[in-house]
Structure formats: structure tokens, C-alpha cells
Design a protein around this ligand. Structure first.
Ligand SMILES: Cc1cc2nc3c(=O)[nH]c(=O)nc-3n(C[C@H](O)[C@H](O)[C@H](O)COP(=O)(O)OP(=O)(O)OC[C@H]3O[C@@H](n4cnc5c(N)ncnc54)[C@H](O)[C@@H]3O)c2cc1C
Length: 459
């Protein structure tokens, strides 16, 4: 039989969102138990060991201006950030030709640049009309929720080159096929994340900084503070509510509480049975949540040799694997690391991955190194190490970032975050600002804690 405990609030999930919620509750004088399915804290943040104390981030890694809540949390936890390396020229590679450029705008053809600008202008103009707390009330909400972001791009981009740029930006930040996400959802994200430039840029944008020691340090610090309140290896399989409270059943421990905060993506929450059953809207949001998966591939070199050639390490390309490359070296540049993302996005524009890429790590490695050699020369062909983190095989995390398909926002509105009796919903997917980001995870936690505290545990 499981052990039994009782507490004011149970938090399910020890990612940034769940642990932030637990800490804020403890700070407010509530007793709390955190149940985590996996054998580690951090969820979609984790470190990969490179060598002798050098780490690189297998999951979420960047923070940037405007992400105030995660930046405040970093400050509270005494964690420092450092800027993503972008000094020097970046590379734009398309149709077999490489061009080097300064600044943030790749040298697209003049027609494609104009096309990109008109797409950006229109999307941002549309996004400005979308209320963040209630996107479904936008005047054109029904029209925009009836189509996908990918189909809108297909219909409105005049050049393949501008459309490719959007696909790359979308792929890195959303890790899914643009044809599976509602246009309305994307407009809300554009508005809630500070605009398209902010979403795609390093300097001044969402990729500006990283956390010294890796973002998983956030979760580790929070868990250290919470101590024995955090129980690992405790997958929750049932939440049962009654008039007096809630019983949360997990593989290791059953916990009785006044309230529960479920801090994970709606897709992951779908695996927890709820009794009595969930309202139809919440059930549908969970069931139809579209999770994007993505792998991060890293090539490690003795030093960041590209810097010696005046290169930033950043590249935007149409190569088979390395569509976006960035310098992910540690703050002291003691070793050189180049990172790319392998997602599902450009497959959505009718492209197929090269054979074996999705299932064979060796094929991924050699295709990635071949691309890096095209961009950075022969020295890129022989890294001292190759690392990757493939998020398709996680037992408890079904995706990197995800979103709602067409029709879901206008039909089920705020069912993703509306409390169900004593159940409150956190996790970055329930944030209205910086949804999908670490900052959204913190904001969602703070909103769920406000709900719990303001209703009064047990009331
Ligand atoms: C490859 C990748 C790159 C990213 N890049 C960035 C970036 O650069 N910047 C940025 O801001 N964000 C980035 N993100 C997103 C960011 O990592 C997430 O927004 C954030 O970590 C989500 O935190 P969370 O606490 O909401 O959810 P999660 O981290 O998913 O936490 C949920 C937790 O719940 C647990 N769980 C699931 N089911 C159960 C169950 N039944 N019982 C108990 N526990 C359960 C899971 O194991 C997990 O630990 C990236 C994500 C990935 C994967």
C-alpha cells in the first residue's frame, strides 16, 4: 500500500512551474507536497555534461528582456546570466551560396526582404487586435481560429524565401508543424511574446541570455529549498475530488489536500484520471493538445574556432539539418559548442527529412557535421564530442512546446486554465504572456498560486 500524507496543497510536476508554485505557497505559509513522475527535477530543462564541469542545456535555455518573472526568479535564487555570443558576422546560406552579414537581418533577396516585412507587418497588426486574456473575443477571432498559421503563410507569402524564414523561426521557437497550430493561437503568442523581432532575435530578443550553470539550476535551487516536500518517482495517476478536499494518488504516495495544482502541459495532464470527470472543454483541450517535438544537436570543439575568423557562429540556412545554428559555448569560451535544432516544422512545408535522420543518431550526427562543414569549413568536421537531446522519447513529457489546433480557442476559450473545483492549472501552456517559455512557466505558477491563496485553501 502507498504511504499517505496530508497537506494544504499538492503540486503535480517538478518543472519550473510546479516548483515555483510550491515555493510561493511555502512562502505564504502553506504546507505543500510536490509529486514528480520522473527521477529528476527540471522537466523540460536539463543539462548535458560536455566535459570537466562544462555543461550545455538539453532543453529550455534562453531568457531575454521582457521575461520579467523568470528574470526576477533568477535574481531571487542568486543565479546569474550571460549573453549569448553573437560578435562577428553571421552566415546566411541558401541554394548552395553562403553570404556573411552583420546585425540581425539575413541578406535575403530584395523581393524576399520586402515580402518578409509585409508578412511581419500584417501579422503584428493582426496580433495587436488580439486581447491576451481572451483571444477568442478578437473581432476576427473565428476567421483566424478556423485556419492554421502554416496555411496563412502559404496563402500570403509571395516568395518561398520569406516563407522559409518564417518556418525556421517558427521551428526553433515552437518545435511543431505550422500547419497544426491555429493562426489565432500564433497571433496571441506574437502579442504575448513581444512581437516577431523579439521572438526571433538574440540581442534584445528572447535568445539574448543564458543561465550560468544551465537553466536546470533554477529547478535544482527551488528543490533544494523545498527539501523533503519534493517526491521524485511519483507519477500521479488519479485526482479525486469530494466536498472536503482532494486525494491525489501516485505510484509512491497518496496525498490528501485542500487543493491541487497540476503543473505540466495539457497533453501530459491528459494521462491523469480525474474523478468526477473533467468538464468537456478541459477534456477536449487536453486530448487535442498538439505537442511539438524537437531534438537539440551539439558539436563540441576544443575551442570556438569560428570566432578567430570573425564569425559569430550563428547561421540561417536551407541545409537539410542545420537550419539555424548558434554558438552555445560556455561563458568563458573554454570549449566551442555549435547547436542546432531538429524539429518538425519544415517537414510541414512538404519537405522530407533525409533518410534515417529521425530515428538514427549516427545519421543525425553525420548530417549535422556535413552541414557545419559547409558553413564553417573543414575544422567543423571533427568535433571532440557530439551530444544530442531527443525529446521524442521522454516517458512523462510529450513535447517541447505545443499549442492548440484550429477551433480550440474559440470553442473552449480559457478551459486550459479555468480551475475545476479544487484543481488549478499551471505549466507554461496556461500562461497568457510568454506562453511556451520559461517565463510563462513562472507566470502560470504565480497565477495558480494567487487562485489558491485568494480562494483560501479548503474554501
Ligand atoms: C528543446 C527545448 C528547448 C526550449 N528552449 C527554450 C528557451 O530557450 N527558452 C525558454 O524560455 N523556453 C524554452 N523551452 C521551453 C521551456 O523549457 C518550458 O517552457 C518550461 O521548461 C516548461 O516548464 P513547466 O514547468 O511548465 O513544464 P515541464 O518542464 O514540462 O514540467 C512538468 C513536469 O511534470 C512532470 N509530470 C508529467 N506527468 C506527470 C504525472 N502524471 N505525475 C507527476 N509528474 C508528472 C514531468 O515529468 C515534468 O517534470 C524549450 C523546451 C525544450 C524542450
Amino acid at each position: 500500500m502507498n504511504g499517505f500524507r496530508s497537506t494544504d496543497v499538492v503540486v503535480i510536476g517538478a518543472g519550473i512551474s510546479g516548483l515555483t508554485a510550491a515555493r510561493r505557497l511555502a512562502q505564504a505559509g502553506r504546507s505543500v507536497v510536490v509529486l514528480e513522475a520522473g527521477d529528476r527535477v527540471g522537466g523540460r530543462t536539463m543539462n548535458l555534461d560536455v566535459a570537466d564541469g562544462v555543461v550545455t542545456e538539453g532543453g529550455g535555455q534562453w531568457v531575454g528582456p521582457g521575461q520579467d518573472r523568470v528574470l526576477a526568479l533568477l535574481g531571487e535564487l542568486g543565479l546569474r546570466t550571460f549573453e549569448t555570443y553573437v560578435d562577428g558576422k553571421s552566415i546566411y546560406h541558401r541554394r548552395g551560396r553562403s553570404k556573411r552579414y552583420d546585425g540581425t537581418i539575413p541578406p535575403l533577396s530584395p523581393l524576399a526582404l520586402a515580402d518578409f516585412a509585409q508578412l511581419q507587418l500584417r501579422l503584428e497588426r493582426m496580433a495587436r487586435t488580439v486581447p491576451l486574456d481572451a483571444p477568442w473575443t478578437a473581432r476576427r477571432a473565428r476567421t483566424w481560429d478556423a485556419t492554421t498559421f502554416g496555411h496563412w503563410l502559404d496563402a500570403n507569402a509571395m516568395t518561398a524565401e520569406a516563407r522559409e524564414m518564417f518556418a525556421i523561426g517558427f521551428s526553433v521557437t515552437n518545435s511543431e508543424d505550422p500547419h497544426s497550430t491555429s493562426l489565432l493561437v500564433q497571433l496571441a503568442r506574437i502579442r504575448g511574446s513581444g512581437g516577431i523581432d523579439h521572438i526571433v532575435n538574440v540581442t534584445g530578443g528572447a535568445q539574448e541570455s543564458r543561465v550560468v550553470g544551465g537553466t536546470v539550476r533554477i529547478a535544482e535551487r527551488l528543490a533544494e529549498e523545498l527539501g523533503e516536500a519534493v517526491l521524485l518517482d511519483s507519477p500521479v495517476f488519479e485526482i479525486a475530488q469530494d466536498a472536503d478536499g482532494v486525494t491525489v494518488r501516485s505510484a509512491r504516495r497518496d496525498v490528501r489536500a485542500d487543493r491541487v495544482i497540476v503543473a505540466m502541459s495539457p497533453a501530459d495532464a491528459a494521462r491523469i484520471r480525474v474523478a468526477p470527470g473533467l468538464p468537456a472543454g478541459r477534456a477536449m483541450v487536453q486530448r487535442r493538445w498538439s505537442s511539438g517535438v524537437e531534438s537539440k544537436l551539439f558539436a563540441v570543439y576544443e575551442r570556438p574556432f569560428w570566432r578567430e575568423e570573425g564569425l559569430s557562429g550563428q547561421a540561417v540556412t536551407d541545409l537539410p539539418v542545420a537550419r539555424y545554428v548558434v554558438d552555445n559555448s560556455p561563458p568563458d569560451g573554454g570549449v566551442g559548442i555549435l547547436l542546432t535544432f531538429l524539429g518538425t516544422a519544415h517537414a510541414g512545408f512538404g519537405e522530407r527529412w533525409p533518410d534515417g535522420i529521425l530515428d538514427d543518431p549516427a545519421a543525425r550526427r553525420s548530417a549535422f557535421l556535413a552541414d557545419l562543414t559547409v558553413l564553417f569549413g573543414e575544422r567543423a568536421a571533427n568535433p571532440v564530442a557530439y551530444l544530442e537531446k531527443d525529446w521524442t522519447h521522454e516517458a512523462w513529457i510529450s513535447g517541447c512546446v505545443g499549442s492548440r489546433p484550429p477551433g480550440s480557442l474559440t470553442q473552449y476559450t480559457d478551459a486550459d486554465r479555468r480551475p475545476v473545483g479544487r484543481i488549478h492549472w499551471a505549466g507554461t501552456e496556461t500562461a497568457t504572456v510568454n506562453q511556451g517559455y520559461l517565463d510563462g512557466a513562472v507566470r502560470a505558477a504565480e497565477r495558480a498560486v494567487d487562485e489558491v491563496l485568494n480562494r483560501g485553501a479548503g474554501s
